[in-house]
Ligand binder design. Structure first.
Ligand code: PAF
Length: 292
């Protein structure tokens, strides 16, 4: 097996925050901006597109690779999360050796206290992912805030597949008066339509092909929402999954795009989105689509 010689990769890689902070201070000029792409690694084209956007819009781009323990409510999910740092470094360097990589240890981030801060996200945290993954968004808020303090980005880039996370991060930034622009970027999809996710790596080839159904259903739901109520569309989606033994539907929700509260009566001036979480062979996949 080919082993990567990390010393030969001509790009700045930091495993500790102190050295990263010093380096960022040394390259900062009065008008330069820092773009930041936080990731948990197992990088795919979706992550690389966020990095490309950051490279195009900023003088400096920092990418973090850190599997954050405090956002996993399920220990098995945490232990099985793919960790592929060498392959990730190769992918980043293939895109640009100007990217600054921060790949900290749990100790470097949490300094002996692997705990989440408690946040109030004005109720955003009580919907969907928040309901099914207790404590998840406190973990996300904790790590993103900490990474923002270390990296001090001007712009931070988040994929819209995790649309609830994107809204949560925006809320955390505004409530804490942080001076960072949180930028949402379009979902990157496999040719089948399946949203790209690090978790897709754990699917068998057959399940990966089958999982294309999730986006097919979302598109049909979008079509149905033109002439049906949110409740009718939800019922149709739930029935569609009931007849398919491979999938376990965790939730399907049509919600207001900003407050994330469920749509009860459609209001024509409101922006809605459908959100879905499905378990395929023990692997949890999420997706979302804008409805109007
Ligand atoms: O979306 C992710 O990969 C993670 O939730 C994030 C934002 C990197 C925080 O750990």
């Amino acid at each position: 097996m080919f082993a990567l010689n990390l010393n030969k990769i001509p790009m700045p890689i930091f495993y500790g925050k102190a050295a990263l902070i010093d380096y960022l201070k040394s390259i900062k000029t009065p008008n330069s901006t820092i773009g930041f792409v936080p990731t948990m690694g197992a990088l795919h084209q979706g992550h690389l597109s966020l990095m490309q956007q950051s490279l195009a819009e900023n003088q400096n781009t920092v990418v973090s690779v850190f599997v954050n323990p405090t956002q996993f409510n399920n220990p098995e999910d945490l232990s099985k999360y793919p960790r592929t740092l060498e392959a990730d470094i190769e992918k980043i360097a293939g895109l640009s050796t100007d990217i600054i990589l921060y790949a900290p240890s749990v100790e470097d981030i949490y300094e002996g206290k692997v705990l989440s801060q408690e946040f109030d996200f004005d109720g955003l945290e009580n919907q969907m992912e928040g309901k099914f993954r207790p404590g998840h968004f406190n973990g996300v808020g904790t790590i993103v805030k900490r990474l923002f303090e270390i990296v001090t980005p001007t712009n931070a880039y988040f994929g819209e597949k995790d649309f609830q996370q994107f809204q949560i991060v925006k809320k955390m930034v505004s409530k804490n008066n942080l001076s960072v622009n949180v930028i949402g970027c379009p979902i990157y999809r496999e040719p089948s339509g399946l949203a790209m996710s690090s978790r897709n790596e754990r699917l068998t080839a057959q399940n990966r092909a089958d999982a294309a159904l999730i986006f097919e259903i979302l598109n049909l739901a979008k079509e149905k929402f033109k002439t049906n109520s949110a409740a009718e569309v939800k019922e149709w989606v739930e029935k569609s999954f009931e007849t398919n033994a491979l999938f376990e539907l965790e939730y399907f929700q049509i919600a207001d795009e900003t407050t994330l509260t469920p749509c009860i009566n459609k209001i024509s001036t409101q922006k809605y989105r459908a959100f879905i979480a499905v378990i395929v062979n023990n692997i949890r996949l999420i997706d979302t689509i804008s409805l109007n």
